[in-house]
Design a protein around this ligand. Structure first.
Ligand SMILES: *[C@@H]1O[C@H](CO)[C@@H](O)[C@H](O)[C@H]1NC(C)=O
Ligand SMILES: *[C@@H]1O[C@H](CO)[C@@H](O)[C@H](O)[C@H]1NC(C)=O
Ligand SMILES: *[C@@H]1O[C@H](CO)[C@@H](O)[C@H](O)[C@H]1NC(C)=O
Ligand SMILES: *[C@@H]1O[C@H](CO)[C@@H](O)[C@H](O)[C@H]1NC(C)=O
Ligand SMILES: *[C@@H]1O[C@H](CO)[C@@H](O)[C@H](O)[C@H]1NC(C)=O
Ligand SMILES: *[C@@H]1O[C@H](CO)[C@@H](O)[C@H](O)[C@H]1NC(C)=O
Length: 366
């Protein structure tokens, strides 16, 4: 599923003056003057070359900055020192921040020693955070409490720059269930019931559960509180032409709350999310927002044993196998040169607004 919140950073990037209105995809890569294809499919420089930059749609396969390498970590949220609250200002230094806020608002509710509250309001389009480091196979466990409101979706996913994706998602109308899914290069691999529902959880709004994505080269396993609920074998994802339709590229960890139940969503998205959001809900009126809470995220890298020296990043290379780029470790820097946005006028404010409005509509047709 694709969130409204996901398109908001496009506006920020346009205003930062580093973008060109040119769209990009694998068949129409970016020109050399604006070499990097952002996660939203627009060419630019600076922030466009960081998290989400698509190497296969950029000017050359090394136009994007390499992906900061995985580090084993236990992320907790007693304070937000390790979170950059505006991703526009990220300079690629993953030693400085563990997370960036791509859109929306975070709060520290500090009910039991500190947790991350992701905020959804009628106007903010939801909240999304991305890890600054990538995982190239590994075990990731998020301890979280979901929303409990129809149309409000809580999500914990991994997402690569070429849109390999692994999801735990929680439509808020069903607080005893979680849904799992995976994508290969932006498409749901063929086969029945790719998305599955895990039922019988104790109230996911009131109780913390540990949701795990255990992503290994040969198996993808989803667990709740240490109990396996679903296993996918890579071997079963190979199609008739021999292409492995299995997530296999370095991925950021993303945490989000987003509005599925709004007028601009496709009818299927509204239904899936549990109906239209009731902005008169007593919880919303009392708090002034909807929210989801994250207590911790534990990362165990799957590729630590393969490293030699002080490698800093992952980089893409030519195909390892059919339609699957190779991934190598590199010592190349992940930093932007002139870090930080330069305010300019690559395009007019009106133009940027029109583009973003178009993207918002597009995002909800998906
Ligand atoms: C790629 O971009 C071009 C130019 O915008 C567009 O005409 C084409 O339909 C796009 N291809 C895909 C597969 O989206
Ligand atoms: C992030 O920074 C940009 C550039 O200064 C600014 O336009 C935008 O409002 C900021 N976003 C948030 C959510 O504060
Ligand atoms: C990256 O951040 C770390 C931690 O804040 C800092 O020590 C280091 O100097 C930074 N690197 C660069 C090149 O700015
Ligand atoms: C949250 O509570 C912890 C433990 O009581 C404290 O150390 C931390 O500073 C608090 N954080 C905020 C943002 O108030
Ligand atoms: C990275 O640098 C170290 C030390 O210079 C070297 O031993 C190692 O082979 C390099 N690794 C790669 C992948 O370039
Ligand atoms: C990878 O292979 C596909 C077809 O299998 C081809 O279209 C694409 O250009 C190749 N990419 C690279 C980076 O070699």
């Amino acid at each position: 599923m694709h969130s409204l919140a996901a398109v908001l950073p496009v506006l920020l990037a346009f205003l930062a003056g580093s973008a060109q209105a040119t769209t990009c995809n694998a068949t129409n890569p970016c020109p050399s003057a604006f070499p990097c294809c952002s996660e939203f499919g627009f060419c630019g420089t600076d922030a466009f070359c960081l998290g989400g930059c698509n190497p296969l749609a950029s000017n050359s396969i090394d136009s994007c900055r390499p992906n900061p390498i995985c580090q084993d970590a236990t992320h907790t949220f007693a304070n937000f020192n390790r979170i950059l609250t505006n991703a526009t200002y990220f300079n690629g230094n993953a030693s400085e921040y563990d997370w960036v806020v791509n859109s929306g608002t975070i709060m520290n509710t500090n009910v039991s020693g500190g947790e991350l509250a992701m905020i959804l309001t009628e106007n903010n389009g939801g909240t999304r955070l991305s890890s600054t480091r990538y995982v190239h196979y590994g075990t990731i466990t998020a301890r979280l409490k979901t929303g409990r409101w129809g149309g409000v979706v809580t999500a914990f996913i991994t997402m690569s720059d070429i849109k390999d994706e692994i999801d735990w998602e929680f439509p808020g109308a069903a607080t005893t269930e979680g849904q799992t899914n995976y994508f290969w290069q932006g498409v749901i691999p063929s086969g029945p019931n790719n998305g599955q529902t895990t039922k019988g959880l104790s109230d996911t709004y009131s109780n913390y559960h540990d949701y795990t994505i255990d992503w290994q080269p040969k198996t993808l396993t989803f667990s709740v509180d240490g109990k396996v609920v679903r296993t996918i074998n890579q071997a079963d994802t190979v199609d008739k032409s021999g292409v492995s339709r299995y997530p296999n590229t370095p991925s950021r960890i993303q945490l989000s709350i987003w509005p599925a139940g709004i007028a601009s969503s496709a009818p299927g998205t509204v239904q899936w999310g549990g109906g239209m959001i009731n902005w008169q809900d007593p919880d919303y009126l009392a708090a002034g927002h909807f929210y989801a809470l994250v207590k911790s995220v534990v990362v165990k890298c799957g590729d630590s044993a393969q490293r030699t020296g002080e490698v800093q990043a992952y980089k893409y290379g030519s195909n390892a196998t059919s339609q699957t780029p190779s991934i190598a470790m590199t010592n190349q820097t992940t930093l932007l040169n002139g870090a930080g946005p330069t305010l300019g006028s690559a395009m007019s404010f009106r133009g940027a607004m029109a583009t973003v409005a178009g993207l918002m509509i597009a995002a909800h047709i998906l």
